[in-house]
Ligand binder design. Sequence first.
Ligand code: NDP
Length: 248
Amino acid sequence: MAKLDDKVAVITGASSGIGEATAEALAAEGAAVVVAARREERLEDLVGRINGNGGKALGITCDVTDEQQAHDLIKRGRDEFGRVDILVNNAGVMQLSKIQKGLSDEWRTMFEVNVLGLLYATDAAIEMMKEQGSGHLVNISSLASRGTRPGLGVYSGTKMAVNGISESLRQELLEDNIRVTMVEPGAVETELPDHITDEEAREGLSSLLEQLDPLKAEDIANAVVYVVTQPERVSINEILIRPSQQPN
Ligand code: NDP
């Protein structure tokens, strides 16, 4: 018997990177997975791969910044698989720039996806998990929640918000047998930097990454599998994972 047989996991931002790897890793442990993002074709490929390997997967196109879509995602997961045991709030964007450059559309997008999107999906999942009597919320935060530097401020702000929300949720949901974990990766090789429009920030990040052997998405997926496969008495609240050479 696999460790997550009979469990159902919803993963947001599963069309690439950490979310995609996490969906595959949870499915490999036996979980039925509901994979969500905006890029439908990518989700179809992922669902095909998981189902082809003997797993159970359902793809749902969802923009997490739309509260109704985020709520429907959780409901459709339950309609399809009967329950939702794990929600991995992974969808995120990182558009770095110094604040004085005033790229306010990018600030808004980051707060809408990284913070509000997480809250919308969480809100719907909590209701369901309370009815079930158990659940696990895994919020993908960042090393950027632990400190910041010029150009990282707004993204850091969103991830600091994720940590504050996660710790508050942990305390609010103790009695409901719902565990909450924040996972804080350092540099991971994914599509995340592709959306940076500010040249200075792109160059700054590239030169930082050149000095490192970045993590793979699978490294974070393995951490998520670890936190959700512990006995019910164990609540892993926070995991910080850096590439071995990343200074800060
Ligand atoms: P990717 O860009 O590969 O993945 C981001 C995912 O978020 C995609 O699947 C994207 O799908 C989805 N997404 C973006 N906007 C929305 C939206 N409005 N609604 C639904 N889904 C959305 O990057 P990563 O895998 O690296 O990022 C995953 C998480 O990890 C993020 O929260 C990121 O902040 C965090 N992280 C990443 C680090 C890194 O170095 N890579 C370090 C620390 C944290 P689509 O475009 O199809 O909607």
